[in-house]
Design a protein around this ligand. Structure first.
Ligand SMILES: Cc1ncc(COP(=O)(O)O)c(C=O)c1O
Length: 482
């Protein structure tokens, strides 16, 4: 076990960094003296000193001799996103699969600068620890992996998840979980047991293209609900859409939405839970980024407000532990039996060894330590991306301002065609995710999503600058490219 002190000072540093990020502390503001801070927070002077040192290394604060610690002036940040435009609440056919295929192709090429798909640098995952656990399992139990771990999945893993649910503001039991092959399978199962081909489902606009891809594959229709850059799905618009058209279910990512990074406020969650009840429809809740709040808080899923089992909560280890292990879960509520049966008929079971390794990792206590470090690194990375975008993208660019996760949504001047930018960036070995794959209708033509899951480096810095130059050129030539 590493000593306690590093955890505590990282906590303090993350707290101060988030105050700076949100503008509660501004450039030139003086931080409390080390002694006062220690007294007020009930931590040791050494802890505060270590936290201030880390903030200095991150270039967030500076020490002025004999005066104390001050928030540093930084490059001007790109303005936050504009309010969403209204969208007529009508069911729409979805066709994103060609665009998604282009993005997936870029994932196969390891020489590409990976600003497209949402994934982390391998070194940000606790992958060595997990792989060691896996090797130990295979060494100690020669027959491990021989048997199917049929639905609902490995008991020890479900038990660990049930324990963790206390931190999510719930108290789920091991029998509430079904283990899946990632959140994607969980979402697929959830849509299959709640909706039929031709049904309409409400989704945020913009939303994660994987959700739209599932909707397209299953012959569903999407009713796009505008998403506010900070607050996520517009609940007034959802209420109106529910009144105007027959909607059979809702899909939402309330915690650090993909692509906007929005964190839905509590009041909206309560209203959304009320609407589900009134219209007697399910919510498919994707909570894959819930563990990645930079200030170490852990926002509860909407599932925590669900008394009648209408919410199907989907989660995964892909953004925090290991994407390649393909371990996720669903808490299917009242649909449990159908989900278990469908899981069996689709894939029989999720791989046993990976479930065993993740269960051991969660029970070791190392996950929470890993999360603290990861969150702090992601906050730093995303900040570096925002500053670089502000410095090199054309005037009129706006950028999301998330407080968790590792994605940025960028609105470019309207003369820029994101698909053309994607093609030109691709020729220079840079992947990005273009706006049109995040919507059913032909929207977000001048938006892109940027993956900030890789540590800031000369290669990343050059790639962002190149993107900025390409975007500036396209903005100048606006219109001539169609
Ligand atoms: C919002 C969201 N849901 C689901 C997934 C897919 O997760 P998994 O790898 O667990 O299948 C992703 C991956 O990018 C995602 O961003």
């Amino acid at each position: 076990m590493p000593p306690e002190a590093p955890l505590l000072y990282e906590d303090v540093a993350t707290h101060v960094a988030s105050l700076i990020e949100r503008g509660a502390l501004r450039a030139g503001d003086r931080l409390p003296s080390v002694r006062r801070f220690a007294r007020e927070r009930d931590v040791s002077v050494a802890t505060v000193l270590a936290a201030y040192r880390q903030l200095e290394n991150r270039e967030l604060i500076e020490t002025r001799p004999k005066s104390g610690h001050f928030v540093r002036a930084r490059a001007q940040l790109a303005p936050a996103l504009r309010r969403p435009k209204p969208i007529a609440p009508a069911p729409a056919k979805v066709t994103v699969s060609d665009g998604v295929a282009t993005l997936v192709a870029s994932m196969r090429d390891s020489s590409v600068v990976p600003l497209g798909a949402a994934h982390l640098h391998p070194e940000l995952y606790p992958i060595r620890a997990i792989n060691r656990l896996l090797a130990g399992i295979v060494r100690d139990t020669a027959t491990a992996g021989a048997a199917y771990e049929v639905s609902p999945g490995l008991l020890t893993l479900r038990r660990q998840l049930a324990r963790r649910s206390l931190m999510w503001g719930m108290s789920l039991g091991e029998d509430d979980f079904v283990i899946t092959s990632g959140a994607m399978e969980a979402m697929h199962l959830a849509l299959r047991v709640t909706l039929r081909p031709g049904d309409s489902v409400a989704v945020s606009s913009p939303t994660y293209f994987g959700i739209l891809h599932l909707i397209e594959d299953m012959g569903l229709r999407a009713v796009e609900i505008p998403s506010h850059p900070d607050r996520g799905m517009d609940i007034d618009a959802l209420q109106l859409a529910l009144r105007r058209t027959k909607i059979r279910g809702v899909v939402a990512i309330p915690n650090f939405d993909n692509p906007s990074g929005a964190l839905m406020p509590y009041e909206s969650r309560v209203r959304l839970a009320g609407l589900l009840e009134r219209h007697d429809i399910p919510l498919i809740e994707d909570d894959i980024y819930g563990d990645l709040a930079w200030d170490n808080s852990r926002p509860s899923p909407i599932k925590a407000l669900d008394r009648a089992g209408r919410v199907l909560l989907c989660g995964s280890t892909s953004k925090t532990i290991a994407a390649g292990y393909r371990v996720g879960w669903i808490v299917p509520g009242r649909y449990a039996e159908r989900v278990e049966r469908l899981k069996f008929s689709q894939s029989v079971a999720t791989s046993t060894l990976e479930q065993m390794a993740i269960a051991e990792y969660l029970s070791s206590g190392a996950y929470d330590r890993h999360l603290r470090t990861l969150r702090s690194k992601l906050a730093t990375q995303v900040r570096a991306f925002r500053e670089a975008i502000a410095a090199s993208f054309p005037a009129g660019t706006s950028v999301s301002n998330p407080s968790g996760g590792f994605l940025l949504w960028v609105e470019l001047p309207s003369s820029i065609d994101a698909l053309q930018l994607q093609a030109e960036a691709g020729r220079r070995g840079i992947a990005i995710a273009p706006g049109p794959i995040f919507a059913a209708g032909n929207r977000y033509k001048s938006c892109i999503r940027i993956n900030c899951g890789f540590p800031w480096s000369p290669a990343i810095s050059n790639a962002v600058r190149t993107l900025g130059e390409l975007a500036t050129r396209l903005a100048k030539n606006g219109g001539s490219h169609g």
